[in-house]
Write a protein that binds this ligand. Structure first.
Ligand code: ADP
Ligand code: MG
Length: 312
């Protein structure tokens, strides 16, 4: 009960944050590169690199802190990817999705920069291993991810890269989904996005149909959410990470055909183990997210209701 009260108080705090947007002068949506002062590197993934800058056009240190994403290597078709990511992020507006601030393109230069709000605690992968977080808090983060995902799906986007490394932490009671680099729109009336390119993929987070047929759907995001929930409940401990655990299950058989072996394991109904302090009903929920048959997996809308019950 005490934990619940504490959680409710924390959530109320989020509601109290004044709406700074309406108080401060309108923010520019095109930023000029020359006013960006580098503070530090924030992190990088497969495609991008994110850096903390202060945007200080008046040059008196009063500027705002922003996180800026650029591509690690600028090749034509990848640069197009960042443009798409900008367009998608620009169109989204939800408390559990990282906020778009603007972009930065220099005349005569092909490089693009995505400017977004800065989340001081980094990703869940950075945050969880070094912070003591209760099961209740874990479930609250899971609930918030579901809310962001439900919104994303309502706009007919599939995220395709949901993982703890792509969930950002504002403070101990608020997380936001970031990294829309692989996000795709699913046209009305269709249920899949089919990938043609076969670059690096986060295979250990993928649903069975993504591995077998490169078919991405709302239900495959739910599978990846299950893996993300597993990561959260293991507090992103490297020794229990999805790759580590799958490699353990695979034994010696690794290498080029990793995907084939994972499909094999999943077909035999092998799944990630139950995290140590995971409540029974949450374990069941996780297993439903990893159902072979996509139709049997819950929707994010349904997951929100179920987490509400568990948190009560
Ligand atoms: P990639 O597409 O290469 O995976 P991401 O958008 O996931 O790039 O960013 C890489 C890392 O940078 C994240 O895992 C996170 O640690 C950090 N990061 C990204 N965006 C922000 C942000 N707005 N505030 C703070 N840290 C961030
Ligand atoms: Mg990423």
């Amino acid at each position: 009960r005490a934990v619940l009260r504490e959680l409710t108080e924390m959530m109320m705090k989020n509601l109290d944050i004044p709406d700074t947007e309406s108080l401060s002068p309108p923010v520019p949506s095109t930023y000029q590169k020359r006013y960006l002062k580098k503070i530090m590197d924030l992190g990088e993934g497969h495609f991008g690199k994110v850096t903390l800058y202060k945007y200080d056009p008046t040059n008196d240190d009063t500027g705002e802190l922003v996180a800026v994403k650029v591509l690690k290597q600028e090749s034509g078709c990848v640069a197009e990817g960042l443009m798409k990511e900008i367009e998608i992020l620009k169109s989204l507006d939800h408390i559990n999705i990282v906020k778009y601030k603007g972009c930065c393109t220099e005349p005569g230069e092909s490089s693009v920069q995505l400017i977004m709000e800065y989340l001081p605690m980094g990703s869940l992968r950075d945050y969880l291993p070094k912070t003591k977080v209760s099961v209740c808090q874990c479930l609250m983060y899971a609930q918030q991810i579901c809310q962001g995902m439900d919104y994303l799906h309502s706009k007919r986007y599939v995220h395709r890269d949901l993982a703890a490394r792509n969930v950002l932490v504002e403070n101990n009671s608020l997380v936001k989904i970031g990294d829309f680099g692989l996000t795709k729109h699913i046209p009305e009336g269709e249920i899949y996005y089919r990938v043609r390119e076969d670059g690096d993929s986060p295979v250990f987070w993928y649903a069975i149909e993504c591995l077998k047929e490169s078919k991405f759907s709302f239900a495959s995001d739910v599978w990846s959410f299950g893996v993300t929930l597993y990561e959260i409940l293991t507090r992103c401990d490297n020794r229990q990470s999805p790759p580590t655990k799958f490699y353990e299950m695979m034994g010696e058989a690794q290498g080029q055909i990793t995907t084939m072996i994972i499909i094999d394991l999943l077909m035999k109904n092998m799944r990630l183990p139950c995290p140590r302090d995971c409540p029974h009903e949450v374990r069941l929920l996780m297993e439903q997210c990893w159902h072979k048959d996509q139709a049997q997996r819950p929707s994010f809308e349904n997951l929100i209701v179920r987490f509400e019950h568990t948190l009560k």
